[in-house]
Write a protein that binds this ligand. Structure first.
Ligand code: SF4
Length: 189
């Protein structure tokens, strides 16, 4: 289920269903993997701060579904927090509008380490507004992205799959293993 870490943690569209009803067995497998990895590697829950950098709100809607009873993300040890200072993982949606770049970087800087950035949805990956003058074009122009989740919007199962990859990334950071992440330069509006 996990993405290949050698490919930069990118979650391929082929690896996670994007349309139709999510497969129940695949959900259970992903859920069991997540729960056991979080428990064994961290011994505590992980907290997610969502960051809308100019999305159409459909990505947020799918993320919100993760906390609904059907997916019940909390049982896996993930919780949402409004406070960047309490967050382990930043889930950023949208193409990073220029007016929000500095604020997004401040939110990231306020998070304690080790921390992760998950670019969520085609806009965040740069596939929708790559040349728009009012946006940076993609989240990685402003924040150091660890995991990319494609889809417009990504399905809840694709989001779960991305979180599974993110847990591996965080384990690498906790253990001190090094890996390459593109560090964006100074943010300008
Ligand atoms: S990726 Fe699609 S669903 Fe998500 S914010 Fe962009 S346009 Fe909306």
């Amino acid at each position: 289920m996990t993405g290949d870490l050698a490919d930069g943690g990118r979650v391929s569209a082929a690896a996670a269903p994007q349309e139709g009803q999510p497969d129940a067995r695949a959900q259970r497998v992903a859920a069991d993997l997540l729960r056991s990895r979080i428990a064994s590697q961290f011994g505590r829950s992980l907290h997610i701060r969502t960051l809308d950098t100019g999305s159409c709100a459909a990505c947020e809607q799918e993320i919100r579904l993760l906390a609904a009873p059907h997916y019940d993300l909390h049982r896996l040890g993930f919780f949402f927090t409004p406070a960047p200072r309490h967050a382990d993982l930043l889930m950023a949606t949208g193409p990073m509008i220029r007016a929000f770049g500095v604020a997004a970087r401040k939110a990231y800087d306020a998070m304690p380490g080790p921390k992760l950035v998950v670019a969520t949805g085609a806009c965040a990956l740069g596939g929708v507004y790559p040349d728009d003058a009012f946006t940076h074009g993609s989240v990685d122009q402003v924040l150091p992205v660890d995991v990319w989740i494609p889809g417009c919007p990504p399905s809840p199962l694709a989001l779960l799959h991305g979180l599974l990859v993110a847990v591996d990334r965080l384990a690498e950071k906790v253990s001190g293993l090094s890996f390459a992440v593109d560090e964006p330069g100074e943010v300008r509006g």
